[in-house]
Design a protein around this ligand. Sequence first.
Ligand SMILES: *Cc1c(COP(=O)(O)O)cnc(C)c1O
Length: 396
Amino acid sequence: MQYAVNEKGFYGDFGGAFIPEMLFPNVEELRQKYLQISSTKEFKKEFDDLLKHYVGRPTPLYFAKKLSEKYKTQIYLKREDLNHTGAHKVNNTIGQILLAERMGKKRIIAETGAGQHGVATATVCALKGLQCIVYMGEVDIARQAPNVARMKMLGAEVRPATSGSKTLKDATNEAIRDWIGNPEDTFYIIGSVVGPHPYPDMVARFQAVISEEIKKQLQEQIGRDYPDYLLACVGGGSNAAGTFYHYLDDQRVQLFMAEAAGHGIDTDKSAATSVLGTEGIIHGSRTLLMQTEDGQIVEPHSISAGLDYPGIGPLHAHLIKTGRARSFPVTDRESLDASFMLSRTEGIIPALESAHALTILEKYDFGKEDIVVLNLSGRGDKDLDTFMKYMDDYAK
Ligand SMILES: *Cc1c(COP(=O)(O)O)cnc(C)c1O
């Protein structure tokens, strides 16, 4: 079985580039250049330097002793929450801004839902002195005020998307429209392993630093470079792709992904795409997505904005279809339980997204000697308002 993308941009049945003709020159230019540029010594050196000195990598691989005792297994947390800007997203925006720079692009656009990718993009645009325009649904602008303020503080312009449900998918449509209208000078930084080829492969490669470090750190700490299990949450799938990347062909390692079930997979408020989704095309690639029988996208729901997306990346659709990875649907309530649990067991407040992955520790019976590496994709500061609402339920 093959898990790497083929030359046409497919992972098995999924992927490709299903785009309007007017977008073809932009996507083709990127396809021709992304590997060529990112494989040069000079690119790698600047990427590595920035990850080390600006982002703060390598992030620790932390043996969580109390958590391990609680679940009677050997749990290591990969601390992506300690990255500059608070999550894994910046690994990717650093990679893409360096590409944009080398392709001579002066104007950067991005889409954002909760604002995490918008902030990571605004950050690297400030770093490089490039113009930054972030499209964001009007509804999201209203409910994610702190991240809107961060983007503006960093000098970005936040443009409201006012069509449809005024959320992430509408912001994505606006960004694509902008790109079509400005093919010469504009680079579109996508925030996950979604979109037309080469985006899923390109973003996975930039995030692959996560598993590259896990390998080295496990070797140092336990004397072997692979775990028995890798756990990560999946919205579009970029932190999971980075965590799995160097282990995709290693069948000794089981790959577990947590998806947002919202109120539950048997309700109409869910975002568990691998369970509820069917094959179709969304934002330029063939993948699994939540849609009605006549192909209308179903509005997703999750308590965590980063998982509130009606599709998953084509790599993940392929991993699920081939049985290489297993998916666990996780409800809003279970993710809250896990957020409070980790905070009080290890003194680490996780992002609500990352807390979804933690619930797998409840759902699966790991062996006492099993090595379990869980990617803690981000920190919980951004979710404090939500946690405050539920604080009384978790009174000590
Ligand atoms: C955006 C985000 C996610 C979901 O995105 P992926 O592309 O699936 O990784 C997960 N965790 C955090 C902290 C995020 O900000």
